[in-house]
Design a binder for this molecule. Sequence first.
Ligand SMILES: *[C@@H]1O[C@H](CO)[C@@H](O)[C@H](O)[C@H]1NC(C)=O
Ligand SMILES: *[C@@H]1O[C@H](CO)[C@@H](O)[C@H](O)[C@H]1NC(C)=O
Length: 235
Amino acid sequence: MRFVRLLLYTAWLTASHVQAAAVFAHFIVGNVPTWGLPDWKHDIRLATKAHIDAFALNMAYGWYANEDTLALAFQAAEQENFQLFFLLISLIKRYSSSSAYFQHKGGPFVSTFEGPGNAGDWNNIKAQRGCFFVPDWSSLGAIPAADATDGVVDGLFNWASWPWGNKNMTTFIDASYLQTLNETGKPYMMPVSPWFYTNMPGYDKNWLWRDDDTWYQRWQQIWYLQPEFVQIISW
Ligand SMILES: *[C@@H]1O[C@H](CO)[C@@H](O)[C@H](O)[C@H]1NC(C)=O
Ligand SMILES: *[C@@H]1O[C@H](CO)[C@@H](O)[C@H](O)[C@H]1NC(C)=O
């Protein structure tokens, strides 16, 4: 049985159009200002065991603990041969040359959470930093996001990974990205998440999205669609 599975896996790899498939986990840096080096190393080892390739570090611009936290994160990642990348451009110059910074097609990989209003800045930023830019501009939808600023993106991420109401999660939105990006040969980063809940009265946000078997179903969908990148929301 194991052998058959190995054969099937090999056949899948051979048939796959994917060149450099990688799985990332979204990581909210603001949750861990108290972490020391051993904490970072512990979680990085867990992520490595789960075959996660990198943490997508979500940091708030100007947050007081960014510097100290990133210094530890990169120290741990370098020691553990793990990779990290940013959802923020302001600190990239300092860290993109680290052996732990995730690179793709010769440039440091960068994503964002929303921010399509700044799409016009990215031609300049890319010219200066040479980064591989895969934002989440879900609020625009696949086609406008792909077309923004004459197609400045190098690929797209999408945040829609939870079913609404009592429905099951479908791949309709993923398909819109795959089809749109396929025309220009750019990679899609597909989201997967076990569940979602938010309660932030200050932002008037208080809801829960159904989980149940979403995690399982979503991985089946990923396996079927074989996007180049997957991002787990969240670590
Ligand atoms: C959702 O999927 C489960 C199986 O995983 C199935 O039993 C259920 O009927 C589905 N629900 C809907 C609304 O399609
Ligand atoms: C992408 O385009 C190729 C040919 O242009 C086609 O064979 C393939 O099915 C397309 N994939 C998707 C997901 O649309």
